[in-house]
Design a protein around this ligand. Structure first.
Ligand code: AMP
Length: 433
């Protein structure tokens, strides 16, 4: 049995190996392409932020802040946290850079790692990546519909099918406060039947009882009063507007009155996007139905973080979850290592000349395979075959001395010697044919 290496990655963290990088790159390319069309600009905010940003923004009573943040105290005595989500950082940047003076709304996207101290579980990592968008400074329901549409388009362009969009409204602090009372008094009578977590939630944040995954809690909440019947006029009109826009663009969605999301700052619209089947995980175990995308509106967040009263909304897509979904659907990314040209060299002088010649090809934007570490011609030609090279450039001691190079046609074995300075031109000529 092989010995375990001494230092391993920290628990719950994962390496993104080259095979998976292809998926990451593809997802990012498509996502950037889609948001570019809608006028989004990229913003990078620091991975480390003041802890207070999240305790205020994400919310002191959320699971994220209470249990999942990586906190640290610097030598200077500052309390910092690894960002568990993008939104508070982006809103902070909006306020800090006075972006209220720009034409509104401002539209931002970000991509990068986030950190949450999760229970190790399928599809949940302690470092994971999101593609995140924010629209700040516009309160029209069309924005909410567009945010949903953007993520729907990204997932569709990635060839993911059977997407399910679930939408709900959780009202504003006023109508929600009233609904909370109604819900609490309903649940109070059934408290002893709830799971221990929900008994705690009932005191801290009764809305969270609605999205509990425990069957016994779901049985109770299925009878509970629904927030949709308790929205104030403004929230009701807004929600109706969002749904009408979704109807207009023929985006399939369903209403989920139990969708509340885990963060304090949401107002009005909340949404999640799933795939219509049990997701499998990397080790092929079925995971609890997990969302690929989540988001909504947060009209109080800018003010909460010290800015002016400003509308805002957005959403985030979990990259690792999308990769799992693509793999489950057998969606392959074909990024081949094939090269139409291969450079083989024999002898130290040829190697030196070869190194220089390779640069000429790079400048001419012709991808050339090489294996400078190998000295045997046979193994280099094998490599050329593997890369399906049409032409191999052969540089031996003699060619190096003469300043020439042999071009070998790999299909018919024909060889021609040309001057090393004209190698790029000669190959360009042949590749054009
Ligand atoms: P949230 O920021 O919690 O709304 O999550 C948005 C999306 O990020 C989810 O729908 C998931 O796709 C992804 N996500 C959230 N937490 C994790 C995690 N711990 N590991 C992997 N993906 C995650």
């Amino acid at each position: 049995m092989s010995k375990k290496p001494k230092i391993q990655r920290a628990s719950g963290m994962r390496d993104v190996l080259p095979e998976e990088q292809k998926y990451f790159q593809k997802i990012l390319d498509i996502a950037e392409n889609v948001v570019d069309f809608y006028g989004f600009k990229k913003i990078d905010t620091p991975i480390l932020e003041e802890t207070e940003l999240f305790s205020k923004g994400t919310g002191l009573l959320t699971d994220i802040v209470q249990k999942q943040m990586y906190n640290l105290k610097t030598k200077g005595g500052d309390f910092l946290s690894l960002r568990p989500e993008f939104t508070p950082g982006v809103i902070r940047a909006y306020i800090e850079h006075g972006m209220k003076n720009l034409p509104q709304p401002v539209k931002f996207y970000s991509f990068g790692p986030l950190f949450r101290y999760e229970h190790s579980q399928a599809g949940r990592h302690r470092q994971f990546h999101q593609f995140n968008i924010e629209v700040i400074g516009e309160g029209d329901p069309v924005i909410d519909a567009q945010v949903i549409q953007i993520f729907y388009n990204i997932l569709s362009e990635l060839k993911l099918k059977n997407l399910i969009v679930e939408v709900n409204s959780i009202g504003d602090p006023q109508c929600r406060a009233y609904y909370k009372k109604v819900l609490t008094s309903f649940l109070k009578h059934k408290e002893s039947l709830l799971c221990p977590d929900c008994r705690r939630r009932l005191r801290e944040n009764p809305l969270r009882v609605l999205d509990c995954k425990e069957e016994k809690c779901q049985k109770i909440t299925s009878q509970a009063p629904q927030i949709i019947d308790h929205l104030c006029e403004d929230c009701h009109r807004h929600f109706k507007g969002v749904l009408e826009f979704l109807d207009e663009i023929e985006l399939p969605y369903r209403l989920n009155p139990y969708l509340v999301r885990g963060l304090d700052y949401y107002t009005k619209t909340v949404f999640e996007i799933f795939i219509d089947e049990t997701q499998k995980t990397e080790d092929d175990k079925p995971a609890a139905r997990s969302a690929l995308v989540g988001g909504g509106r947060y009209d109080n967040l800018v003010k909460l973080l010290g800015g002016e009263n400003t509308f805002a909304g957005g959403g985030a897509m979990g990259i690792e979850r999308v990769v799992i979904a693509m793999k489950n659907k057998n969606i392959k990314i074909i990024k081949s290592d094939d090269r139409s040209v291969f450079l083989a060299q024999i002898g130290s002088m040829a190697k030196r000349k070869g190194l220089k010649l390779l640069e000429e090809f790079r400048k001419a934007k012709i991808e050339v395979g090489e294996s400078f570490g190998k000295d045997s011609l046979k193994s280099q030609l094998k490599m050329a075959d593997k890369m399906k090279a049409k032409y191999t450039l052969l540089l031996g001691q003699r060619e190096a001395l003469e300043g020439s190079v042999i071009i070998r046609d790999m299909e018919n074995g024909k060889q021609e010697t040309v001057k090393i300075e004209s190698a790029v031109k000669e190959i360009q000529k042949r590749l054009k044919k």
